[in-house]
Write a protein that binds this ligand. Sequence first.
Ligand code: PRP
Length: 211
Amino acid sequence: MRNFKNVTVIEHPLISRDLSIVRNKYTDTIGFRKAISRIATILAYHSLKKLPLKKKSIETPIKKTTGYELDTEVIVVPILRAGLSLVDAIINYIPDAKIGHLGMYRDEKTHEPVDYYSNLPSGIDRSLVLLVDPMLATGGSADDSITFLKKKGAGNIRFISVISAPEGLQRVTQNHPDVPVITASIDEKLNENAFIVPGLGDAGDRFFGTQ
Ligand code: PRP
């Protein structure tokens, strides 16, 4: 496996098991959704590791003591559609996180992303922005999304994907060396149709049952 700067591959037995479930073409929609959600929970946990904290006074039933609360706002931005599959896992940890949406699909011939929708909450300049998409293939969608978020003022972005192609990681880390990438797998390569090999097919179609 190649090493990329600022890319963290999360290794865990449950991820190995669940990646095998989502890669398996015989896994049905229910199985796919459940496994993606479990992977997302582990990726979310790791991507939230270095959140700043501030102290606050709390009272246990026994005495006053020092507690902590998060010292940053969090905005989750799924790249539509497939990115929606990773949102719940983050919201479980940070129930007051705001959610922005970026709509993008990949042109089947050029393989370049086409954006069709965006809706971002305010406060992006002072928030940790978690951009999420289960697939990083050519990297076009992630690259364009990060550029868009930066233009809107985001200065603290992390990108979470389930499986990543080396080609996509090369593009994103080269164009955005300041953006940490958290992924569950670096796959072998892209094929001639820019699909990730071995990959898992089309995450959006499999998650939403539209294949
Ligand atoms: C897939 C995937 C990423 C993108 C990755 O979306 O979910 O958004 O392609 O490819 P890239 O790295 O080469 O840009 P798709 O176009 O299938 O849309 P969908 O999420 O609506 O299924």
